[in-house]
Design a protein around this ligand. Structure first.
Ligand code: COA
Ligand code: MG
Length: 285
């Protein structure tokens, strides 16, 4: 999944619009973008939307976090509609993924859905404890489909006045959270997914920021506005050039009988290069 577009779960209009946005996935939101009074209506709307949607984008639901007392009602409403997965905000550690997985198992059994069909993507940097526990996600659940991160909630928890400096670069706290997410996802062998970019009218800054994410190892990104989707898809689709280069590396190793190192056009390629090339080809597929 390259692009995951957030859609407020209580907006029929945006839900419909999301389907035609070109996003690989929609994240139907029951959390921050839905007011408390609107949660019951949003749950019903989300469930109907998921049940009636056919072969469009993958449909995830962002539920309210495990400390709110709202999560069970969220899950009871939407799991039976068969979403591709659940996004868990404010995850404090791999244990929270385990707690969610247990609940999903019950809801799947009640709805006659195959055990394990509902995947999980936690947002792992919204609490200070969560950032510090980034290494605990590996092996927590076969449902894990990716890890993502968030800056806004962390800034509120820490009391940071801003997430970026005057030049638009993340301050150290958020760079740490961002890098922790890439490392944690790779350690858990799932997709590292970059966070949202709230300033959706600034397309140049968004493109730059998204490219930096791809350079550093993210394989997809969340969007908050349909206009961001095409940029994300473009940046995270391996270019024909990159694919050809990766294919040349893989072919050179194969032709040489799979040695430790080969030379292509006067440059050395060893095992890490082969691994990178194989990963790129897997993503291109
Ligand atoms: N999903 C689907 N459709 C969306 C959308 C989204 N996330 N954001 C905007 N649209 C639609 C609008 O409804 C509008 O439709 P229209 O042309 O039929 O009227 C069109 O795209 C253009 O929207 P625009 O006027 O540029 O923005 P807006 O002022 O209506 O909305 C936001 C701005 C931020 C409120 C809106 O983008 C949004 O709700 N984003 C998601 C918020 C969210 O889920 N946050 C939680 C995660 S951080
Ligand atoms: Mg939030």
């Amino acid at each position: 999944m390259r692009s995951l577009l957030f859609v407020p779960g209580d907006s029929e209009k945006k839900l419909a619009k999301g389907l035609g946005s070109g996003a690989d996935a929609l994240i139907v939101d029951l959390e921050d973008s839905v007011a408390l009074d609107n949660k019951p209506a949003a749950r019903r709307m989300a469930a109907e939307f998921i049940a009636s949607a056919k072969d469009g984008p993958a449909l995830y639901v962002r539920v309210n976090d495990l400390s709110t007392g709202l999560t069970d009602d969220d899950l009871a409403a939407v799991v039976k509609a068969g979403p591709a997965g659940i996004m868990l905000p404010k995850s404090n550690s791999g244990e929270d993924v385990g707690r969610l997985a247990v609940r999903l198992r019950v809801h799947e059994a009640e709805a006659g859905i195959e055990d394990g069909a509902t995947r999980i993507i936690p947002i792992i940097t919204e609490t200070p404890a969560g950032v510090l526990a980034a290494g605990t996600y590996a092996g927590t659940s076969a449902r894990l489909a990716g890890l993502t991160w968030g800056a806004e909630d962390l800034s509120a928890e820490v009391g940071a006045a801003a997430t970026r400096d005057e030049a638009g670069l993340y301050t150290d706290l958020f760079r740490f959270a961002r890098l922790s997410t890439i490392l944690a996802a790779c350690a858990a062998e799932v997709a590292p997914i970059d966070t949202v970019f709230p300033n959706f009218r600034d397309e140049a800054a968004f493109l730059r920021d998204t490219r930096e994410g791809a350079r550093d190892g993210f394989t997809g990104r969340m969007a908050i506005h349909p206009a961001q989707v095409a940029v994300i898809n473009e940046v995270f689709t391996p270019s024909a050039e990159a694919v050809a280069e990766a294919r040349a590396v893989v072919d050179a190793f194969a032709a040489a009988g799979n040695p430790g190192v080969v030379a292509i056009d006067g440059k050395m390629y060893d095992r890490p290069h082969l691994k990178r090339a194989e990963r790129l080809l897997a993503r291109a597929r």
